[in-house]
Write a protein that binds this ligand. Structure first.
Ligand code: TYM
Length: 411
């Protein structure tokens, strides 16, 4: 294991055992798969987790290798960190393909805009590199962490699959599976192999479980780990045990894959590579992420144009001044302004974004106008998504979720 990574895995274990001073100093921000809160310093997080910064030279390489403009999420630094993404590109350059793996924990009926980010980006990667993709729906995870029955969790998984399919994935290259349906066989064998490599102390260190947590939680991490290994999908990758895996996700999922990367070499697999995003923030401000557990913090793909307009007008935290006169005089604080942050995720036109920042920051533009432009953009995205989702039939969901070989895996 690399030194920095080893330190990150061990760090958790030490904090759990003794409650170190260093852990206490960073306690103001919490980033783990179940909680994202506080003011996140992404540079510190890279150091703490032991991942690498995604720099311009990697973005340039992606452009060169795929002969397409880099996705807006790459250009704007939304995807800002990685683990071994350079190795994926090295291998790709030599003619070795890879596969993509991402997922969703179906905890709510509808997705919010934050959830769409990794799926929009994964769709771009799938199109640009022409590679297969597996999408895990962790209905078991949500059933164990939330107060949701097995049946309800399975229903939500299918509903969420429709939103995911609506992002435009290619059915000839994509396998979507629910854990309740798919876990077994080769997948389960890998889970057992992973479980045997991870001590209780280590899992407590990485995930912070306590003696009060039920054992379902403690035993879950191998379920999210093993889609990183091609042999978990014999119907897709039979005999391709050395195929590399690239995981696009937000950085909250990193602990699962730190654990996975720790055990992979011991099982004879490549460590999965990751490309990780920052969080699409809550409407109320940049301290945490847009979260499904607070409906007023989030814009859902099911919100109407009126809902979106009302939420932005009522809840979006702004760095603009509270009167027109003061705004003209002092301008807006763009650092804390949520409408500008949202625009930097979803307004594709670089020139228009720069123009808005300059005008709004200097006071020539008012908060009202920025919110109006943001509303137009988000309404368009949500309307487009709604139309695409309405076209997703049950037969299409069955087709994506069928255990089958993929006809156009590579190329
Ligand atoms: P879940 O359902 O919490 O989130 C799904 C995906 O969305 C990302 N995400 C966000 N990205 C940007 N801004 C936000 N505000 C935001 N909120 C959530 C998450 O990082 C994730 O990529 N355990 C996982 C499901 C899973 C998975 C995976 C995710 C299983 N295997 C492999 C990524 C990769 C979960 O509950 O995700």
């Amino acid at each position: 294991m690399e030194k920095r990574e080893e330190r990150a895995v061990e760090e958790g274990a030490a904090a759990a055992a003794g409650g170190e001073a260093e852990a206490a100093a960073e306690a103001e921000a919490e980033v783990n798969p179940w909680e994202v809160s506080g003011k996140i310093d992404y540079d510190k997080l890279i150091d703490k987790f032991g991942c690498q910064r995604l720099d311009q030279s990697l973005i340039d390489r992606v452009q060169r290798l795929t002969s397409r403009a880099p996705h807006v999420f790459l250009r704007r630094g939304v995807f800002f960190a990685h683990r071994d993404f350079n190795e994926i590109l090295d291998a790709y350059e030599r003619g070795d393909k890879f596969y993509l793996y991402t997922g969703r924990g179906p905890s709510s009926e509808a997705l919010h805009l934050g959830h769409l980010i990794p799926f929009m980006f994964t769709k771009y990667l799938q199109d640009a590199f022409k590679v297969p993709l597996v999408i895990q729906l962790t209905d078991d995870e949500k059933c164990m962490w939330k107060n949701i029955s097995v049946e309800e969790s399975q229903r939500l998984a299918r509903e969420n699959a429709k939103d995911i399919i609506a992002c435009g994935f290619d059915v000839t290259r994509t396998f979507i599976f629910s854990d309740f349906d798919y876990v077994g066989g080769a997948f389960y064998k890998n889970m057992v192999k992973v479980a045997k490599c991870v001590t209780y102390n280590k899992v407590v260190g990485i995930f912070g479980f306590t003696g009060e947590d039920h054992i379902g939680k403690v035993s879950f991490p191998p379920v999210q780990a093993v889609p990183s290994f091609p042999s978990s999908f014999p119907h897709l990758f039979n005999g391709k045990d050395h195929l590399r895996c690239l995981i696009p996700c937000a950085i909250d999922q990193d602990p699962y894959f730190r654990m996975t990367r720790d055990v992979a070499p011991r099982l004879g697999y490549h460590k999965p590579a990751l490309i990780e995003s920052s969080f699409f923030p809550a409407l109320q401000g940049d301290t945490g992420k847009m979260s499904a557990s607070d409906p007023n913090s989030a814009i859902y793909v099911t919100d109407s144009a009126k809902d979106i307009k009302d939420k932005i007008n009522r809840y979006a935290f702004t760095g603009g001044q509270d009167t027109k006169e003061k705004q003209r005089l002092y301008g807006a604080n763009l650092e804390v302004d949520i409408p500008v942050k949202y625009l930097s995720f979803f307004l594709e036109d670089d020139d228009e974004l720069e123009h808005i920042k300059t005008e709004y920051g200097s006071g020539r533009m008012l908060t009202f106008d920025v919110k109006k432009r943001l509303t137009e953009i988000l309404v368009e995205i949500v309307e487009r998504h709604r139309r695409a989702r309405a076209a997703v039939t049950d037969e299409m969901v069955d087709a994506f979720m069928a255990v089958r070989p993929l006809p156009s895996m590579f190329g």
